[in-house]
Structures are given as C-alpha cells and as structure tokens.
Design a binder for this molecule. Structure first.
Ligand code: SF4
Length: 254
C-alpha cells in the first residue's frame, strides 16, 4: 500500500482491536509477552471466524484470565489440569475448537502428567505453552524451565543442576511421543518471531479444525517483572539466554 501523507501513515498505525479481543484493561506487567500471544490468538480466531466455536481452557498462573480478555467461551481448570479438562470438553463437544493456554508451572510442574498423557493419546486439542523461565504470578520462583545459573526467588545463587536438575525442554520431551502431529517452539521477542508464533498457532488451530490431532506450540515469552529487568532488557535476555538453550523451530509437522 502506498502511504502518501503523514495522516495516512498515522491512520494505518492506529491500534485496531481484533473483535475477539475484549476492550478491557489487562493485568499484565509492562513488557510482558502474554498480551502479544493473546492478541495473536484473537486475530486468528477472527481470521478463522470460529469465535462462536471456541472453548478456551485457562490455567492457574499469569494466564489465568485468558478467557476474560479473549471474547470466547472459557473454562478455568484446576492447577495443571488444562489438558485433562480440554480432553473432556473436546470429547463431549467434538465440533468445538478447544484451546489450552498454560504457563511453566501449570504445564511442566504440577501438570506434567496431564501434559504427557494428553499428548500421548493424541487428543485433538491445541495447547499453547508460555515459557518465561519462572513462576511469574507467585513472585518469580524457580520453574522447571528456569535456566542453569538463573537467579530466582527460590534460587538466589542461581539454579544448580545438583539440586534442581536441568531445565525441562517441553517440545523435545513431547517429540519422543508418537501421537502429536505438530510441535513447534517460537518466541515473541522480535517482530520476526511474533510472525512465526502466529503461523505456528494458526497451524495448531487448523490441525484441530481438520481433526488431525494434538498440536503443541511453546512460546518463549518475556517476564520483565519476574526477571527483575526493564522490558527492553527482557527482550534481549530471551535472545542471549533462552534461545541458545530452547532452540526455536519446528520439531514435528505431519
Ligand atoms: S509476572 Fe511476568 S508473566 Fe506475569 S504478568 Fe508480570 S511480566 Fe507477565
């Protein structure tokens, strides 16, 4: 599109809210990645025109109010039980699109059993996993995803392998299973990666619409508050610290 005037340019930069995103102030901290993923999901729900068909299963954690911000039917699961609740909903309502939205603690700590078993059964659901390398909502404690040496509220000297083991790689873990049809790790720390994240979530939704089976999208996401950093530093920390350990890319696409 040709932009001729300053006014035209400004008009095109005006924030347009996807109709699936509620006009509500959100509780996320400045620079948090959750808001970006919420917007991408809302845009895709609009693009697929499936708003009336979605059931969004929210976690315990900073993503707890996902269904409050995204204008769809929603259900709150007990801590870690998103994949189990999503399984039940999908089996009872096979024509609905069931999306699970989870963070590190919900998906990989208290909920790791549900995560593995739902993936192993190849449930026809779409799971979006927000990896910000600690527990954000409860104040920044060490998570299964915290990096070796990472200082958190419960690892003030840095995560030690001797005491806490290695950070869990959700995508690689699930890629050992036969059933999942789509597994990809993306990030929201750059425009390029945000575009890739949207594409990956789109694929995950499209797989479910086509009845293909279980799709898993992990998104590396900024948590400036938990990391004790300014938003720009948090963006850089993903690039310098998280991406070298959590390699971005597709692990499966059937
Ligand atoms: S604590 Fe972290 S993950 Fe939670 S809203 Fe704040 S920045 Fe986002």
């Amino acid at each position: 599109m040709q932009l001729n005037t300053k006014n035209q340019l400004q008009e095109n930069l005006i924030f347009t809210r996807p109709s699936s995103l509620n006009a509500r102030p959100h509780h996320f901290c400045p620079g948090c990645g959750h808001g970006i993923v919420h917007r991408l999901l809302a845009e895709l729900i609009d693009e697929f025109d499936i708003r009336q068909n979605i059931i969004l299963v929210a976690p315990v954690g900073c993503g707890v109010l996902a269904y409050f911000y995204i204008n769809v039917d929603g259900c709150e699961a007990a801590h870690g039980r998103v994949p189990a609740v999503a399984t039940g909903l999908k089996r009872v309502h096979p024509d609905n699109i069931v999306i699970g939205y989870q963070g590190d603690g919900d998906l990989l700590a208290i909920g790791i059993a549900e995560t593995i078993h739902a993936a192993n059964r190849g449930e026809n659901i779409t799971i979006i996993f927000i990896n910000n390398a600690l527990y954000g909502m409860t104040g920044g404690q060490m998570a299964p995803t915290s990096l070796v040496g990472q200082k958190t509220k419960t690892s003030p000297y840095g995560r030690s392998v001797e005491e806490a083991g290695y950070p869990l790689k959700a995508c690689e873990l699930l890629a050992t299973l036969a059933a999942p049809v789509f597994i990809e790790r993306t990030s929201v720390h750059s425009i390029k990666q945000i575009i890739k994240t949207k594409k990956a979530i789109k694929k995950g939704l499209s797989n479910q619409i086509k009845g293909k089976g279980y799709s898993f999208i992990e998104v590396l996401s900024m948590c400036p508050t938990g990391w004790g950093m300014k938003p720009q530093a948090a963006v850089e920390w993903i690039e310098t610290h998280m991406v070298p350990y959590y390699a971005l890319g597709n692990l499966r696409d059937r």
